[in-house]
Write a protein that binds this ligand. Structure first.
Ligand SMILES: [Zn+2]
Length: 440
């Protein structure tokens, strides 16, 4: 059983001045507790939540008139902050002696809040329990109706301008891995994600390389421009950079592609076979990049990010993930085990059979055969095997080319589906793979 958690953010309705003032006061007390605790934790190098609580509980209880569990959550909050501050300090990245507490999210545990129906919560304060209605949205209902359970922890943040609370709810799900009937090989590389479904390769263009580099250069030129105008840490710069929405766009792509891959695997009751990436997964991609900082960013950003999202999504659906050795997966002919020579394009020629191969299709077939060989005992029956015992039907050139799905097609499926009639399904985002609709 794997526990999967997701945070869903909802906003409260506009609160009355009276209620909102209670939360402003609560935030003030909570903040001063966290400040006190963090200062103590950093100075005495006591970052363990248990230790903090043991040492500080009585003192804080005597000092503040808050429900006692706020001391617990403040200790947890402070412990997390102190730990990450000391980690930065160790790396020489923290200039100050003690972290500044600027953004406060009030941490709540099961004694401090409870759901009150589906669209409101009750929150314990220093005055009394306050009922807060919130505005549910589509995503929220998806979790409520999708078999997810509400976890006991939550966080709230004050939006002073709109007199609202921002409520961070945690949903969780326990999913059991099924026993796979087959494998779904997935090749993740800098510009696409390719999967092999029943002998047909589907190539989803992600353009990650372009995206990562594009953002890098845009960010860099903006930074230089604003640094010259307003100095290195200006608010204007931060605002402009935020407008790029770099993080969100990248994560959107990751989740969408992960959704397609995992739902396909789930439908086929397959295990996902992924290349085991090393510490430097984007080697080929960064060869052309001189800048050390950029290289670092790319390492972190794309390939592992996509793989991790696929793994995370797989846990949610109970889809097993099998790692395979990535060595030469795109260089060896899946039929002849001979070398495939590529010129500048992504299509290469087998040095023995002379047949042509698309690089990412080769990788998929090799990942599949490695997955089939890797765990003999647990291996599902190799349904892909042809009559002659080979995985791939010989002499069929069509199978060596992937079906290419450009990003504009799969990443904005919503608009496309308004034109396409997709009957019997409630979701409005879907991708069709081998006659089956995969929802996003
Ligand atoms: Zn060959």
């Amino acid at each position: 059983m794997a526990r999967v958690t997701r945070t869903v953010v909802v906003r409260s309705v506009k609160l009355s001045r009276k209620d909102f003032r209670v939360f402003v006061e609560l935030e003030g007390i909570y903040k001063s507790m966290v400040e006190h605790l963090v200062l103590f934790a950093v100075r005495s190098n006591t970052t363990s939540f248990i230790r903090l609580k043991a040492l500080k509980y009585r003192e804080l209880r005597a000092l503040h008139q808050l429900p006692s569990h706020y001391v617990y959550t403040a200790c947890q909050d402070a412990s997390t902050r102190a730990k990450s501050f000391l980690r930065l300090k160790k790396k020489g990245l923290a200039e100050k002696e003690c972290p500044e507490i600027r953004n406060v999210n009030i941490w709540l545990d099961d004694h401090l809040w409870k759901p009150n129906g589906l669209t409101s919560v009750k929150i314990a304060t220093h005055k009394e329990w306050v009922n807060v209605d919130f505005e549910p949205h589509k995503q929220y209902w998806k979790y409520i109706n999708g078999g997810w359970k509400l976890a006991s922890e939550a966080k709230i943040k004050l939006d002073r301008r709109n007199r609202q609370l921002v409520i961070y709810l945690t949903f969780f799900k326990e999913a059991e891995e099924y026993k796979p009937r087959s494998y779904l090989p997935v090749d993740v590389n800098e510009n696409n994600v390719t999967i092999l479904v029943d002998g047909t390769a589907y190539l989803f263009e992600t353009d990650m390389e372009k995206l990562v580099l594009g953002y890098y250069y845009r960010r860099k030129s903006l930074q230089e421009k604003y640094d010259k105008l307003h100095g290195a840490s200006s608010r204007v710069k931060k605002k402009v950079l935020r407008k790029l929405k770099e993080k969100k766009k990248k994560s959107d792509i990751r989740w969408k592609i992960a959704n397609i891959v995992v739902r396909t695997a789930h439908e086929k009751q397959s295990a996902i076979a992924l290349e085991k990436l090393g510490k430097k997964p984007a080697n080929s991609m960064i060869k052309r990049v001189e800048d050390a900082q950029l290289r670092h960013r790319i390492f972190q950003a794309s390939l592992k990010g996509i793989q991790n999202t696929i793994k995370e999504k797989a846990r949610e659906y109970g889809v097993p993930v099998v790692p395979v050795n990535p060595r030469n997966t795109s260089k060896l002919c899946p039929l002849h085990s001979s070398h495939i020579a590529y010129d500048s394009s992504r299509v290469g020629k087998c040095s023995l059979g002379g047949e042509l191969w698309h690089r990412d299709v080769v990788a998929c077939w090799n990942i599949l055969s490695r997955a089939l060989r890797s765990n003999g005992s647990n291996a599902p029956s190799p349904a892909g095997l042809g009559v002659d015992g080979r995985l791939i039907p010989l002499a069929s050139t069509a199978t060596h080319d992937p079906k290419v799905l450009p990003k504009r097609l799969w990443a904005r499926w919503k608009s496309l589906l308004q034109k396409t009639l997709c009957y019997g399904f409630e979701q409005n985002e879907a991708v069709e793979i081998n006659g089956a609709y995969i929802f996003m």
